[in-house]
Design a binder for this molecule. Structure first.
Ligand code: SAM
Ligand code: SF4
Ligand code: SF4
Length: 336
């Protein structure tokens, strides 16, 4: 079968499944408490795709070319019995990888069960190593030690190397660059710094708050000399650097300053089953209604193929050219 390509010739290879819109943190750049406070109406359970619906859709996407799945949210570990979903996904023929992105708070509880269910890789988001900055940024009383212990639990469970993603904001946590890089060098986790993006409309993004990749590389290189490493595959979003002293690698994701839309092979499914073909899309295509009204797998595949086939998204490149305007979906809704 010919690969499914969008209008710019990009195949669909990666699928991000958001399994919940809820979270146990309130990171100010993602779910600020003023917006996501006690009065916020989160989705009722009946609105969320069931594990059976999620696995069925995953199979349809794999049939169209997807090779990698990533579970995200909100906070995916808040979804009850998540290892059961991992187990259902891990056996899909043709799927090469099932991964998870988490804030790590509940990872000590779940790491072993996730690994046993067939999870291959885990990414933990960690924006600071000191308690005050972490607690301020994530708007939580939990100490950063909870996340560090979660990372340790994942490694003990065999999910090694753990990837750690850090979103940098100038004046908020850019003083953590060296501490995080030094910690990652010592512990052997794979660290990646990410440019703060103007996703959604509630996080108060201003360009000056974004720390450009080039500056991050310079800062790290000033402490420990680094050199660039060739990417393994074109769709890899992280620019990798090797420490010249042999202490491993560090990655930087330049989503804003050096956008990579031309190799973007990612589809995203919200927790209610809407298909988004770009992180910056204003709206998605409802697949749940189809699922719940008796559509066959062939019908579902035809809808996904039509949406992907019409895709022209390149929002980050357009932003680089002209600046983004207009409504767009929140990060906690489609999971980053
Ligand atoms: N709750 C999980 C977590 O924090 O890892 C998964 C969902 S979270 C939305 C996925 C990732 O999106 C996190 O690594 C978070 O740092 C990142 N993120 C959220 N808002 C962002 C923004 N405005 N710019 C860049 N990354 C962002
Ligand atoms: Fe929650 Fe993740 Fe968003 Fe933080 S980044 S508020 S942990 S969903
Ligand atoms: Fe992909 Fe959209 Fe991000 Fe470009 S802006 S890399 S098309 S998700």
């Amino acid at each position: 079968m010919a690969p499914l390509l969008d209008r710019l010739g990009r195949p669909v290879e990666d699928l991000r499944l958001s399994v919940t819109d809820r979270c146990n943190l309130r990171c100010r750049y993602c779910m600020p408490r003023e917006v996501f406070g006690p009065d916020h109406a989160f989705l009722p359970r009946s609105e969320l795709l069931s594990f059976e619906e999620l696995s069925r859709l995953a199979r349809v996407f794999v049939g169209l070319g997807v090779r990698k799945l990533r579970l995200t949210g909100g906070e995916p570990l808040l979804r009850h019995d998540l290892p059961d979903l991992v187990a259902q996904l891990a056996v899909i023929p043709g799927l090469e990888d099932v991964a998870l992105t988490t804030n790590g708070v509940l990872l000590r509880r779940d790491a072993a069960a996730l690994a046993a269910a067939g999870l291959r890789r885990i990414t933990v988001s960690l924006d600071a190593l000191d308690d005050a900055t972490f607690q301020q940024l994530a708007d939580t009383k939990a100490p950063v030690g909870t996340v560090l212990d979660g990372i340790e639990a994942a490694r003990e469970a065999g999910l090694d190397p753990v990837k750690v993603n850090c979103v940098l904001q100038r004046g908020v946590n850019d003083d953590q660059i060296e501490a995080l890089a030094g910690w990652a060098r010592d512990t052997g986790v794979t660290l990646r710094f990410i440019e703060f993006m103007d996703v959604g409309t509630t996080n108060g993004w201003v360009r000056d708050r974004m720390v450009p990749a080039e500056e991050v590389a310079q800062r790290i290189g000033a402490s420990w000399p680094i050199e660039p490493v060739e990417p393994d595959r074109p769709a890899d979003v992280a620019e990798r650097f090797r420490y010249l002293d042999g202490a491993g690698e560090v990655g930087i994701i330049a989503s804003v300053s050096r956008p990579f839309c031309d190799t973007c092979t990612r589809a995203r499914l919200s927790a209610v089953g809407e298909l988004y073909t770009c992180l910056f899309a204003a709206k998605g295509t409802d697949l749940r209604e189809l699922l719940r009204s008796g559509a066959t797998d062939t019908d579902l595949a035809a809808t996904v193929a039509a949406v992907w086939g019409a895709r022209t998204d390149r929002a980050s490149e357009l932003r680089a050219e002209a600046g983004l305007t207009g409504p767009r979906v929140e990060m906690s809704y489609i999971g980053g």
